[in-house]
Design a protein around this ligand. Structure first.
Ligand code: NAD
Length: 451
């Protein structure tokens, strides 16, 4: 079956791709299993040597790929270029640190010695979302291939054209047949991949998808790494530097049209600074330009799809109906394309969808709190546990708060900073397992004890 790829800014068809059916998924997994026999025994330095060429090829294609990302999912062109740059940075870290991360460890057992070996695990079924259609696949595929695993990868159905271009890059570097395979499609193709003979499923996606993947993977007792949704708190204390905090609040919420798992979504602000914070947040938000994402003066492009726009709109409308106040925005924008105005809501309470659910778009909820303790309590009451940030000049206090927050990452006086050196992942409804850093590599191998 053929599917059209739609530009979310213009609603025009920009290409088409073919859905992989069940037998195509099975065939891809079979190829990956057979390639595993050789690839897993290839010396890691040789694997890294081959994969290093992917960086060179990606650099060559930066401009063309950035344009395609913007056309297919709608992020402003400078953000697409930034995504390619970030990916090149991550790749450099994986290539430089893969071998070190997987070196055998010797253990003194008192009279004898033990060896801990990190051996390839098998075939990884990798499933990606559309919000970082280039970066996410690369940080799933590269560490798996460096570790000696082979991969069957499914990009999001909303960014299949970018997926096909990424696959072409890997095809140009002389990877042996079957080491990396691509299958295309949505939920059904994803389910077929989870049910296939893969050894591990690595998913980045929504919490609902994570639950389904885990349930289906449990039939074959397959390992899962799940990077799921988030509803991150941005906790502002009375002594925060207002200028930096407000600027970051705007960027942290509206970057990528607000479609980031770890975007700053809920702004818990101490009473003493609340009015000033809200004034500053509103002032900058009102200057943001919504429009054609290929135009370099645009700050915010469209949402990725009609469905995402409609969900966001209903989350706002339902919240407003039971008392939330729209301070800025709160409406669709333009007559064509899936645009929504950058929006700030106040008066948001726990009963409202804007607080309870992940809002995956340009909607900020600002909530006044009595003190840090209340902000921590409200953060920890959330079913999600991805990340949070704390804004204060008192670093000791910030570190104490960081310890109390039930999340995978805490930023202090910053947010949204991803470093390949640092593990990334959540707890609770935000998932399990880690990507990036040595901990990310360790998810992808059989940790073998030899005594
Ligand atoms: P999604 O769950 O709809 O889709 C993610 C991927 O899973 C897609 O490739 C999709 O085709 C596939 N899929 C859907 N149903 C499936 C099923 N039952 N079995 C197997 N595969 C299935 O998510 P999305 O809309 O693409 O992405 C947005 C979500 O991803 C948000 O919730 C966001 O927070 C989350 N996300 C998390 C991280 C993280 O690192 N934690 C990063 C980016 C996005």
């Amino acid at each position: 079956m053929k599917v059209n790829a739609i530009n979310p800014a213009t609603e025009e068809t920009i290409g088409e791709w073919e859905v992989s059916d069940n037998s195509a998924v099975k065939g891809a997994v079979k190829k990956a299993q057979s390639a595993f026999e050789t690839w897993s025994r290839t010396d890691i330095s040789e694997r890294i040597g081959i994969l290093g060429k992917a960086s060179v090829e990606l650099k060559k294609d930066k401009s063309e790929l950035s344009t395609l990302i913007t056309k297919e999912m709608g992020k402003p062109i400078s953000e697409s270029e930034g995504e390619v740059e970030a990916t090149l940075g991550d790749m450099a870290w994986f290539l430089e640190n893969g071998k070190k991360s997987l070196e055998d460890e010797m253990v003194d057992l008192g009279g004898s010695r033990g060896r801990i070996a990190f051996e390839p695990l098998g075939v990884v079924g990798a499933i990606s979302p559309w919000n970082f259609p280039l970066n996410n696949p690369f940080y799933k595929i590269m560490p798996a291939l460096i570790s000696g695993d082979t991969v069957v990868w499914k990009p999001s159905e909303l960014t299949s054209l970018v997926g096909i271009r990424i696959y072409e890059i890997f095809n140009r570097i002389g990877l042996p047949e079957g080491v990396l395979n691509i299958v295309l499609g949505g939920e059904e193709t994803g389910k077929a991949l989870v049910a296939s003979k893969v050894d591990l499923v690595s998913l980045t996606g929504s919490t609902a998808t994570g639950r389904d993947v885990m349930r289906r993977a449990s039939k074959g007792l397959k390992k899962v790494v799940l990077e799921l949704g988030g509803n991150d708190s941005f906790i502002v204390l009375n002594d925060a530097d207002l200028d930096t905090t407000v600027k970051r609040a705007v960027r942290g919420r509206f970057y990528n049209c607000g479609q980031v798992c770890s975007a700053d979504k809920l702004f818990y602000v101490e009473e003493g600074i609340y009015d000033e914070f809200v004034r500053g947040f509103k002032e900058i938000t009102e200057t943001l330009k919504v429009g054609d994402p290929l135009d370099r003066s645009t700050d915010i492009g469209p949402l990725v799809s009609r469905e995402q726009r409609d969900t966001l709109e209903s989350q706002v409308n339902d919240s407003v109906e039971i008392g939330a106040k729209v301070l800025v925005g709160g409406k669709r924008s333009g007559s064509r394309g899936y645009f929504y105005q950058p929006t700030i809501l106040t008066g948001v309470t726990k009963r409202m969808r804007a607080l309870r659910e992940e809002t995956f778009g340009p909607v900020a909820s600002v909530i006044s709190v009595k003190n840090a303790k209340q902000a921590v309590k409200m953060t920890n009451e959330s079913p999600y546990g991805l990340a949070a940030s704390v804004w204060t000049k008192d670093e000791n206090k910030a570190r104490d708060i960081a310890k109390l927050l039930n999340v995978g990452t805490v930023w202090i006086n910053k947010s949204g900073e991803f470093r390949a050196e640092m593990p990334w992942g959540g707890i609770k409804d935000s998932g399990m397992g880690r990507e990036f850093s040595r901990y990310g590599f360790l998810e992808l191998v059989n940790i073998k004890s030899i005594l």
